[in-house]
Structures are given as C-alpha cells and as structure tokens.
Ligand binder design. Structure first.
Ligand code: ADP
Ligand code: MG
Length: 560
C-alpha cells in the first residue's frame, strides 16, 4: 500500500491498522504510517467528518514523541492498549496570523484481541515505529546528519522566575512541561533564586548527570551558564555539554536567532516559545561561536550574542525600567533614547575576517582545542590572557543515574559579582589573536581613526532582540563577528529608519552613509568619553577599554 508525500513522491506504507478512538469506541479509524507521515482516516460515520472529510495527514517531522500504555485502569475489564503520538505542526490560528506550532495529539485504542498483552505489544510496535521514523526525519536536515543529545535525555532546566514580566514559570507550566513530557524528556526544574545562582550551580555541578543544560529566561541566564562552564577546571569537556534556550525573558535574542536559523518566518512571545520548545525536543546539536572578552581589570568572560557600546547598550540598560512590557521594552527604550541622542568619542580597531579565516579557524568546533592551541603557540606571540590550561579531565560521563531532586541542586555558594572571577586557576581557551590590552594592536588590524560614534555593535548571532534582525548573514558557527558602527552626524530620523529596517534585517539596504558593516575576528574598543555603557549579551560590563576574539564553535547548542 502506498501514500503520497507532500512533495508528490509515493511513500511505502510501513504499517496499517484499524483502531478505535479513545473515549469513543464507536469511532473507528484507519491509520497508515509511511516514512514521512501518519495518515488517519475516519471509517465510521459516528465521528464528525469536519472540513477535512475525516482524513488527517500529520508529518513525522512535526512529531516530538509517541508512547504506548495499557488500558484496564480502575479495575475495568478493558483488554485494550493505547498509543498516543504528539505532533506540533505549523498552523495558522486565524486568517492573516503567522503560522505557529500547535499541539495535536493522536491517541488510538488497540483492542483487536481479548489478550491485553498482545494488544500492548501491537500498541508498542506502533509507538516504536512512529518514534523511529520521526527520529529519522530530523536527521535529514540539509541532507546532512547532525549530532543529537543523548537519549533518553536528562535535562537540567533552569528557570529565572524574575525574567521578562516575571512569567517564565507560568509559561513553563502552561506550555513547556507538557511538551517535554510528550517528547519523553526527563527534566529537573531548577528555579533560580538570585543572580549568579545558575552560574555557581553549573560551575560545581556533576555534569555526568546531565545530557543537556537548558535555561528558560532571557539571554542573561545563558550568559551565566556559559561563564560557569568555562570557569570549571574541566572547561574543555564541560563546554561540550549541549545547551538549550527557551525564551522566557524580555531579551530573547538567541531564541529568536535559533528560530530564524530553522528557516521559519518570524514569531514572538508564546509562539516563539513553542517553536523553541519544539526545536529543543528534536534534540539536534550544533556548534555555536563564543567570544572571549577582555577587560582592563583582568577577568575574562565569554559571550554568545553581542557586544554593544553607545546607543544599543544605553537602550538595553535604560529600558530595564520598562521590563513590565516584556520584549516591547526595547522599542520604548529606543524611542526615548532617540529623543536625546548621545555621541561617544572612542577608538575602534579590528582584525578583518578575510585573512586566514580557514587556517586560523579556532577550536574546530571545540573538538580539537588542544591541537589548535599548540599550533597557535607556534604561530603567534603568547597570548596575554592567562587561560592556557588544557584540561586533563576528559573522562567519559557515567550514565546510570536518573534526575537529581531539586533539593540537591540548591546552590549555597558565596555570591560573586557578575563578571568577576573567583580566585582559581585560569580556565578557557587561549586567545591567540589578542595582544595585551595596554599594547598596540598588530599591524594586520584595521584602526578606525579616533572619532565620534553613535553606536558600536558586534553581533555573532542573527538577532539583537525578538524583533531585531541585526546580523541577517550571521550563522550559529560562522566564526565571524558581524561588526556595525554608526558615526556621529546621523540624524534622528535616519537612525530611526535604521532600527525600523532592522526589524526585517534590511538596515544595510537603507544605504545609510553613517552605518559601517564589516566582518571581523577580533576587535578592540577604547572609549574616550568619560561615561558610557558597554554590554555583553545584554549584561553590563565595567566601562573602559575592551577587546574580544571569536572562538568558532566552542559551545554546543540544541537547535533542532
Ligand atoms: P531578561 O531578558 O528579562 O532580562 P535574563 O535572563 O536576561 O532576563 O535575566 C535578567 C537578569 O536576572 C540576569 O542578569 C540574571 O543573571 C538575573 N537572574 C537570574 N535569576 C535571578 C533571580 N532568581 N532573581 C533575580 N535575578 C536573577
Ligand atoms: Mg555567527
């Protein structure tokens, strides 16, 4: 028997059966499974036909899980067994609205014989076949097999109850808990109690107990997790732990970037959350670039999203007070700051990306950081940063335990200020491209003459906020810093036009004379204005000279 795939190909039916619906034993359905779809056709007249004529075709690429279970609960003489498949297809909610993921559950009762065991075997056969085929579908992305999280996945899910409008926990309860259960993801919920709780937690955690570390918050909580991992003695292994992000804050730029990379049209708020939840359940892992950022006071930190100075950083910080409006806080903040536009004097220098991009590519997706470090040591003067300690701890994770209880996860460490290192051996990969901050940049760098700026924005993912596609050409691990700066002299109207165009990623097409865009691998900023704000990933840095370089693919992110 054959089915017809959406692209017109004929697909072989691998399983076919007739089952009753749960809750209505009179309604019978013919169910067919191909490599790509599950087709459900009503075959009795007692169930309402609806607009679809009683036929539903669900793509297995939209399926997150399927399970079988016995009936007969509550002492009834039910010999039937059940299987339920969970789909999150893209649907339009109402006319003209964007397509977003919506949950569809298909549940059937297998009761062909009176033997409960045989019925359960049949239900399990279906559940397994659906799971296997939906797993196969996800590997076909771009025809390239991707890596994926270990299965069954034991996930630590850290939720910041204060992020955004303070709704992250409510959103977890209303959307994410059920979705993870549908997908069979074992997860332990950790509710952060303070700033740096997550950072301290992952710095000390036994990572062999976790297959993925996921945050549900804004970008700030992932910043904590990444820095916590890179502060560990076993940083080289720790930073390979698959990370995930669910948008629950007001600054959900990485979540918007992941959604964008999936090729889907833009979404915001709960629709973006459902999309990211779906991608998380798919469990495909991709390398992600990180930036190592140096400050004059010594401590180094790691960033996954953006480094900003001037207008963008000001908006980020000043819009904190509009947090109650959620992601719209940036729009409000932009308008307020436009009204009193500031100019900053400073010096910018960068290493253009065109040079040696291949031979100098860092870390090989984090897989050969030690080799890369060796070859870099031969090639360039020794890095000024103290972080050249390859980790001896490459032990395999042990995999016997299931999830910890929440209690054992409560951190009780001393609070550290956000960007300050506790006193311990330096960790993280060496920065071969950066001279000490107090020495001149190498000759192959471009130095922008000291001048007046409105903003400097370095992006290494596509989105600056849910609705700001700041670096449309960025990909997760292109090994590039997409550097933008806007020179003083731009009018308020032109700057507003830039930000409006950025919603569609069209700001470069405005041909604004004051906007410069270039791709770089390292940069240095020396602000000369006495006051100002510099942010990384939306978090405030100490104000002063700063330099950074990209480490291609150092982290691993669940992207679906
Ligand atoms: P948002 O996008 O809404 O700003 P973030 O995830 O960026 O959300 O979090 C904002 C800040 O809150 C971050 O600096 C993070 O370190 C901090 N934080 C995390 N957990 C807590 C908590 N329980 N209470 C207060 N602040 C927290
Ligand atoms: Mg990038």
């Amino acid at each position: 028997m054959d089915g017809v795939a959406p692209d017109g190909d004929i697909c072989q039916v691998v399983l076919h059966g007739e089952f009753t619906a749960t809750g209505n034993r009179k309604a019978r359905y013919a169910v067919s499974l191909t490599e790509e779809d599950l087709t459900v056709q009503r075959i009795t007249s007692s169930a309402p036909a609806g607009r679809s004529g009683g036929k539903v075709v669900l793509g297995l690429k939209d399926c997150v899980g399927c399970r079988s279970y016995r009936g007969g609960g509550g002492g009834t003489a039910d010999a039937g067994a059940y299987f339920s498949a969970y789909f999150y297809p893209l649907r339009r909610r109402w006319m003209n609205s964007a397509v977003s993921r919506q949950r569809v559950e298909q549940c059937f009762c297998v009761s062909s014989v009176q033997d409960e065991r045989l019925n359960l075997e049949e239900a399990e056969k279906w559940a397994r076949a659906i799971r296997e085929r939906s797993a196969r579908q996800k590997h076909l992305r771009d025809g390239v097999a991707s890596s994926e999280v270990r299965w069954p996945c034991r996930m630590m899910l850290m939720v910041n109850p204060q992020s955004g409008r303070g709704q992250a926990l409510t959103l977890y309860n209303s959307h994410i808990q059920r979705m993870l259960n549908d997908a069979g993801v074992l997860h332990t919920l950790v509710i952060t109690e303070r700033r740096n709780h997550a950072r301290d937690l992952v710095r000390e955690a036994d990572l062999s107990k976790w297959d993925a570390l996921v945050i549900m918050s804004g970008d700030g909580l992932l910043f904590e997790v990444i820095n916590g991992l890179l502060e560990r003695g076993d940083w080289e292994e720790a930073i390979r732990t698959p990370l995930g992000i669910l948008p629950g804050g007001s600054g959900n730029a990485l979540a918007a970037s992941i959604h964008h990379y999936s090729g889907a049209p833009p979404l915001a708020s709960e629709e973006l959350l459902l999309s990211c939840g779906f991608l998380l359940c798919k469990g495909l892992v991709s390398p992600m670039d990180l930036l190592s950022v140096h400050l004059p006071s010594g401590p180094r930190l790691f960033s996954f999203l953006s480094l900003a100075w001037g207008f963008v950083a000001d908006v980020d910080v000043e819009s904190e007070k509009y947090r109650h409006v959620g992601a719209a806080r940036f729009t409000v903040g932009t308008l307020v700051r436009l009204a009193s536009l500031r100019i900053y004097r400073g010096k910018l220098a960068y290493l253009p990306a065109a040079q040696n991009i291949k031979s100098d590519r860092e870390g090989d997706g984090g897989r050969s950081a030690t080799n890369a470090a060796k070859s870099r040591r031969n090639r360039r003067p020794q890095s000024p940063c103290p972080g050249n300690l390859p980790c001896p701890n490459a032990a395999q994770h042990s995999l016997h335990n299931s999830c910890n209880s929440n209690n054992s996860l409560k951190a009780s460490r001393r609070e550290v200020t956000p960007l300050q290192r506790v006193d311990r051996a330096p960790t993280g990969p060496p920065d071969s491209l950066l001279p000490p901050l107090d020495q001149p940049v190498p000759g192959d760098w471009v130095v922008v003459a000291e001048e007046d700026f409105v903003l400097m924005l370095a992006m290494y993912q596509s989105h600056l906020a849910e609705d700001l596609l700041a670096a449309p050409q960025s990909t997760l691990d292109d090994g590039l810093i997409h550097l933008f700066y806007v020179r003083a002299g731009i009018s308020r109207a032109a700057l507003l036009r830039l930000f409006l165009a950025m919603e569609k990623g069209a700001h470069l097409a405005t041909n604004c004379q004051h906007l410069v865009y270039t791709r770089v691998r390292a940069l240095r900023l020396e602000p000369r204005s006495p006051k100002g704000v510099i942010t990384v990933d939306g978090e405030v840095l100490e104000y002063g000279p700063v330099q950074a370089q990209v480490h291609a693919g150092l982290a691993r992110l669940i992207t679906g």
